[in-house]
Write a protein that binds this ligand. Structure first.
Ligand SMILES: [Zn+2]
Ligand SMILES: [Zn+2]
Length: 383
């Protein structure tokens, strides 16, 4: 009974450790059948599933390819192997290697850690098994850009780390933790930008939790336009820390106004796709205050149409807009960029430039949350 209770507890609240390893699928967008591996420093051991192994030294090249549903690897010296699964292990932990695919334009990556390769329907499954802290700087650069003050990157490092630990099971049914594309977090490999590396290092193991010490949904977007959106309005999922916050920081530094015109014909097609029976042009326009305020739903001929659905249909820059018309067009006048939920990146950048800390910034955009060590956090029971 005690064991059952323990198992149930671990299932509901998996425990985390600082510096845990994750498996990241590399080239998950292009799914190559061939790739080239080159040690940049130090040597690597290539091990087949039978335990046969070879050593590859710095600068040597190994080509891995899919061959009759098995993995074939060849060195330039002519050493070959054919196996179902192959592992590539560094002889020293800090070694790095380059991985590239000759068949298409996806950029090469510099990585560290281990590699595991096997056949996945139609292509090679290339997994990089890497310490989360070594993975983070590359993920932060992809999500947060290359330039900014240290406190901005510290904030982004904590957000990215929280995201990784909360989504460790995202691809678990496929046999790995995360992909390297926008579906999870874009991961271009190891980076050289020192402020980002320093930001990750100085916040190592820190994550954002709610009052129950559960990892939060660390949502963020480019620019809120002066007011963030609540998750309930955008995703129909209320979280006490993803609520609307008035933001005077992001609007100080960047113009965030945008306008978009579409024809009345296109608007009519959209309304019909929502099951709205259009009578005349005037009735197609929702009555609004005329001011640019966040509106969750527009009432059009008695039917509520969420702003997020209008945004998605017309690829608008944000859900923060008002609707007017001229003789032949519908005009959206809006503010900000992105879904508007959680942290506003331009606002966080402005706060950091004004001398505020990552604690001030996360408290502002995720009210009621705390920063703690991953050892004290747990995943929510129903992520
Ligand atoms: Zn993914
Ligand atoms: Zn903002």
């Amino acid at each position: 009974m005690i064991r059952l209770t323990t198992c149930l507890f671990l299932f509901l609240f998996p425990l985390f450790v600082n510096g845990q390893e994750i498996s990241v699928r590399i080239f998950s967008k292009t799914k190559p059948s061939t790739f080239v591996f080159t040690p940049l420093d130090g040597a690597y051991k290539i091990i087949t599933q039978n335990g046969d192994n070879i050593i590859v030294k710095q600068g040597e090249t190994v080509v891995f390819s899919k061959y009759e549903n098995r993995v074939l690897f060849r060195t330039l010296a002519g050493v070959k192997g054919l196996t179902d699964t192959v592992r590539v292990i560094p002889l020293k932990g800090e070694n790095t290697f380059k991985i590239r695919q000759p068949a298409n334009g996806e950029l090469p990556k510099t990585l560290c850690g281990k590699v595991k390769v096997y056949i996945f329907p139609g292509s090679l499954m290339i997994l990089n098994i890497v310490d989360i802290e070594a993975y983070l700087p590359g993920a932060v650069r992809a999500e947060a850009g290359r330039k900014g003050p240290l406190e901005y990157f510290r904030t982004q490092a904590i957000i990215a780390r929280t995201y990784v630990y909360r989504h460790l099971n995202r691809h678990i049914l496929d046999g790995y933790n995360m992909c390297d594309d926008v579906h999870c977090q874009v991961y271009s490999g190891l980076i050289t930008e020192q402020p980002i590396i320093e930001a990750c290092k100085s916040t190592a193991g820190m994550v954002l939790v709610d009052s129950d010490t559960a990892l939060i949904i660390s949502a963020f977007h480019a620019n809120c336009g002066g007011e963030t959106a609540s998750s309930r309005d955008v995703w129909v999922m209320a979280e006490p820390y993803l609520i609307a916050v008035k933001d005077t920081f992001c609007t100080k530094y960047k113009p965030t106004l945008w306008q978009r015109k579409i024809t009345l014909g296109d608007w009519k097609k959209f309304l019909i796709s929502k099951g709205i029976t259009v009578k005349d042009t005037l009735s197609m326009i929702p009555v609004t205050s005329g001011k640019t305020v966040r509106v969750h739903d527009y009432l059009i001929l008695g039917i509520q149409v969420p702003a997020s659905e209008i945004r998605n249909y017309f690829s608008l820059k944000s859900t923060f807009f008002t609707i007017t018309k001229d003789d032949s067009n519908i005009i959206f006048t809006g503010r900000g960029y992105g879904h508007g939920v959680g942290l506003c990146q331009d606002g966080a950048m402005a706060m950091a430039l004004e001398g505020m800390s990552y604690k001030d910034i996360t408290r502002f955009y995720y009210p009621g949350t705390f920063i703690t060590s991953i050892k004290n956090a747990h995943a929510p029971a129903m992520p």
